[in-house]
Design a binder for this molecule. Structure first.
Ligand SMILES: [Zn+2]
Length: 506
């Protein structure tokens, strides 16, 4: 299958440069050719064994059986391909400036510490100085937006709780670029601007937080700068949040505000520790970016859990569809990056600001560098046995951070220009049938052109087949819902595809 074959191909390559001429995305390799490849390899293996004489029956039969299994079920449609960046997106990606990214990381480090419990009113040092500088920069970007972007502080007082010994004001910086056609549809990108050292309660020691997470904030700021001058169809929110290290406070508050307002947030990404491509053993992987996306939804209701246990869907949360969308638009030669989707919510022993959004039942995922060096995170700045510890800018790879910004830009811009994810997607289950009837609500985008049904074998990690079905809100597919997974996506007049909606029985 496509996605079974591709990761092996990629990881076997020692060349850090991504394959630019062929198959840029996981989902771009034609399913049929991969199957052919698999079949021809099986046939070749069988032929070699046959020519060697002994063992023909033993090896040829399993190879043949496996090949047959891989082509089942047969169904309609053509292979799914990735979405190539259009001219507007390519121009936007070219504007992302590594030097500005580096300057922003170094400026954030210059505040000494950005600990959530550090000074909020010192103009030079502490989280308050960082907050005011980020806001001023965002306002500067907004000034070039023709009134479409606003930048403001979002703050509340957190009462004493875990890692918060006294009532503390927690403040997020929020820049909102209002959509030109679908302003109520929102996508959020974040980094956290607070930092820490070894003792999470130490608010005075130098806590440079270059990788964790000035890198993520620098990505968000650079995205805000290049996008402020443009007109996305949906609304984009660029935010630097606080309180992450103390317990995801800022992002949790922000997500709750959106939920209380019943806001239609259709995707959120946190960039947290996106500053280096060098592992603690020194190996480099400068063309990979991890994207953590949960399967079973954090906010799943008991009823939704019952459905999932009955008919599957643990690999089809809205967050997984969002991650697959990112791979289809951002894993290519225009970003120079490979998006390595990880099928889990976050790393062991760690969490991030996407969790605040997942708790509010919004699709969300986390970008993080491919290998972490824990000597450079959450550490007192010190030299021990000749080894430098601490989250210092000298350990950052600014070209890498700029490419991370390009991945985010491709994802956010493609989301904003495409129609929204289809709503109220259902698979009809009123009677026993050997086909599949799907229904959904029509979107409200002015440039909406129609819909596509996608499907895949239940064991495949990504969509493999696509069936254009026209400008309709229901369709019957000649393939049993019992034997494959189905999804629905919207298409606009320019060919922009939305993320996939996974239908629920009903
Ligand atoms: Zn972090």
């Amino acid at each position: 299958m496509v996605t079974n074959a591709s990761p092996a191909d990629r990881s076997s390559s020692a060349d850090p440069t991504p394959a630019t001429s062929t198959a840029p995305a996981t989902s771009t390799a034609p399913a049929t050719s991969s199957r052919r490849t698999f079949l021809s390899l099986s046939t070749a293996a069988a032929a070699v064994t046959a020519s060697a004489g002994a063992g023909v029956a033993l090896t040829a039969a399993p190879a043949g059986a496996a090949a047959k299994e891989r082509t089942w079920p047969d169904g309609p449609g053509k292979p799914v391909t990735g979405q190539r960046p259009d001219a507007e997106l390519r121009a936007l990606l070219r504007e992302i400036d590594q030097d500005r990214v580096e300057a922003n990381v170094r400026k954030l480090v210059s505040f000494g510490t950005r600990h959530t419990l550090s000074a909020q009113d010192d103009p030079e040092r502490g989280i308050g100085a960082a907050r005011d500088w980020i806001l001023a920069e965002m306002k500067r970007y907004a000034a070039a937006s023709g009134g479409r972007m606003t930048a403001e502080l979002q703050s509340y007082v957190q009462e004493p709780g875990p890692r918060i010994p006294v009532a503390t004001r927690i403040t997020n910086v929020v820049a909102t670029l209002r959509g030109s056609a679908s302003p109520d549809r929102i996508y959020v990108v974040s980094g956290h601007y607070d930092s820490r050292v070894t003792d999470v309660m130490n608010a005075t020691a130098d806590a440079p937080g270059a990788d964790d997470d000035a890198s993520g904030v620098a990505v968000v700021m650079e995205l805000a700068r290049v996008m402020a001058k443009r007109r996305p169809e949906a609304t984009l929110v660029f935010t630097a949040v606080a309180g992450e290290e103390q317990g995801l406070y800022g992002a949790r508050y922000q997500a709750k505000q959106y939920r209380t307002a019943n806001a239609d947030v259709q995707g959120m990404f946190t960039n947290d520790i996106v500053g280096s491509s060098t592992a603690d053993d020194g190996t480099r992987d400068p063309r990979s970016l991890r994207l953590f996306a949960e399967g079973v939804p954090t906010a799943e209701s008991p009823g939704e859990g019952d459905v999932r246990r009955a008919v599957g869907g643990e690999n089809d949360s809205a967050s997984r569809q969002l991650a697959r969308f990112v791979s289809s638009v951002a894993d290519n030669d225009a970003t120079g990056m490979r998006v390595r989707i990880i099928y889990r919510r976050d790393r062991y022993l760690r969490g991030g600001d996407h969790i605040g959004y997942l708790e509010q039942d919004y699709p969300a995922a986390r970008f993080t560098e491919p290998h972490e060096d824990f000597a450079h995170q959450h550490q007192d700045v010190r030299v021990e046995d000749g080894k430098q510890y601490g989250d210092l800018p000298e350990f950052c790879d600014f070209a890498y951070i700029a490419r991370v910004a390009k991945v985010n830009a491709a994802a956010l811009w493609s989301l904003a220009q495409a129609p929204g994810t289809p709503k109220n997607a259902r698979v009809r289950t009123s009677e026993l049938t050997n086909d599949t009837e799907l229904v959904w609500d029509r979107g409200t985008e002015p440039d909406l052109a129609g819909y596509e049904v996608v499907w895949r074998e239940t064991t495949s990690p990504d969509w493999t087949h696509v069936i254009p079905v026209g400008n309709v809100t229901g369709v019957r597919i000649d393939l049993s819902k019992d034997n494959a997974f189905f999804g629905i996506r919207a298409v606009d007049r320019d060919g922009h595809r939305s993320p996939v909606a996974f239908p629920v029985p009903g």
